[in-house]
Design a protein around this ligand. Structure first.
Ligand code: HMG
Ligand code: MG
Length: 301
């Protein structure tokens, strides 16, 4: 078994992590979090989303947050964009990358973005074209790639279909997401294999919510396939407003701890990352949802 020698982590905490918080998190706090993550060595940060503020009020300060960030050379700042209206707003904030987000389940597509899978591709196509014309990198996310809160198990063929549709409209990178954290190693590998039919291994990433405590194991299952890019969320923040009961993303701290132990390079300073997770957790009035972070904080005390 040959594991990758390096891994790129995208911290989605400021976006996925905070989008579901009921209490408004001040823009200043979100900006501080981005700064702490980049100081910890994260090279890609998903900052916010340009979606309807009626649907996701927590992201209504998207432009303010993007404008407040002190950009660090070499860091890619990404934002979610569901349609042309979102793209036009996002572009003012000069993101390095946009993320269009579809789903492998029809029911989830309807609940999350209020349209079918086919309609979502029609909406994404002009967005992708406009982004690529401006040299903005385009990532696609395939939600509910192993299980859906409304439809149950999702067959790998569904993932393959959405990966193909995304490829056809020019999406450059395919993120395979276990939105509700129900996947286990083999199921996740099947979903990844389906996406790999249309995307190169260097253009694929995993996005695992940790609802059933499987996200680290699922990350390991992907590493065994040679997949080397993952989304994660500092302090295990996160959840989707349209996936009730689903918990946060796998904690970046836990992934970095595991990768350090495996001798896999991330470029991330775990101590500084723990500080970032502790900061945002304190702001939210809770403990970090990361076993590695809690252990390291206890050791410090
Ligand atoms: P819609 O209602 O179908 O859109 O929403 P519409 O085009 O009919 O427009 C209705 C209203 O929304 C209009 O305003 C538009 O201007 C406005 P009104 O005339 O009523 O005042 N509108 C917008 N406003 C701001 N920004 C926009 C925008 N578009 C329309 N971009 C829409 C469609 C997609 C906008 C809506 O369903 C929405 O915002 N959904 C939120 C989706 C979301 O953010 N979900 C969470 C992120 S995805 C996720 O977490 C999963 C992921 O982590 C991977 C995983 O774990 O699975 C990525
Ligand atoms: Mg997510």
């Amino acid at each position: 078994m040959k594991l990758p020698s390096k891994v790129k982590l995208v911290d989605v905490g400021p976006r996925d992590g905070l989008q579901n918080e009921k209490e408004m998190v001040p823009a200043e706090v979100k900006i501080n979090l981005v700064h702490m993550l980049q100081d910890a060595g994260l090279r890609e940060i998903e900052v916010t989303s340009f979606v309807s503020p009626k649907w996701v009020p927590q992201m209504a300060d998207n432009a303010q947050v993007m404008a407040g960030i002190r950009r660090k050379p070499g860091v890619r700042y990404s934002v979610l964009v569901p349609n042309m209206k979102g793209f036009e707003a996002a572009v003012e904030s000069k993101p390095d990358e946009i993320v269009v987000f579809g789903a492998a389940s029809e029911a989830f597509s309807q609940r999350n973005i209020n349209c079918s899978i086919a309609e979502s591709m029609e909406r994404f196509a002009p967005v992708v074209e406009a982004a690529r014309k401006r040299n903005i990198h385009v990532r696609g996310a395939i939600s509910t790639a192993v299980g859906c809160p409304y439809e149950g198990d999702i067959a790998p063929e569904r993932v393959e279909l959405v990966a193909r549709l995304m490829k056809e409209i020019g999406v450059q990178h395919c993120g395979v997401a276990d939105t509700i954290g129900v996947g286990t190693g083999k199921k996740v590998q099947r979903a990844m294999e389906a996406a790999l039919k249309h995307y190169d291994i260097d253009d694929i990433s995993g996005h695992f919510h940790d609802t059933y405590g499987q996200a680290l194991a699922n990350t390991m299952a992907c590493l065994e396939m040679g997949i080397w890019q993952f989304d994660s969320s500092c302090a295990g923040l996160g959840g989707c407003p349209y996936a009730k009961g689903a918990t946060g993303n796998v904690a970046t701290e836990d992934v970095v701890y595991m990768l350090n132990g495996l001798g896999i390079e991330t470029g991330i300073d775990l101590d500084k990352l723990v500080d970032a997770g502790a900061y945002i957790s304190a702001q939210l009035g809770r403990k970090p949802n990361s076993r590695a972070s809690v252990a390291l904080l206890n050791r410090r005390a």
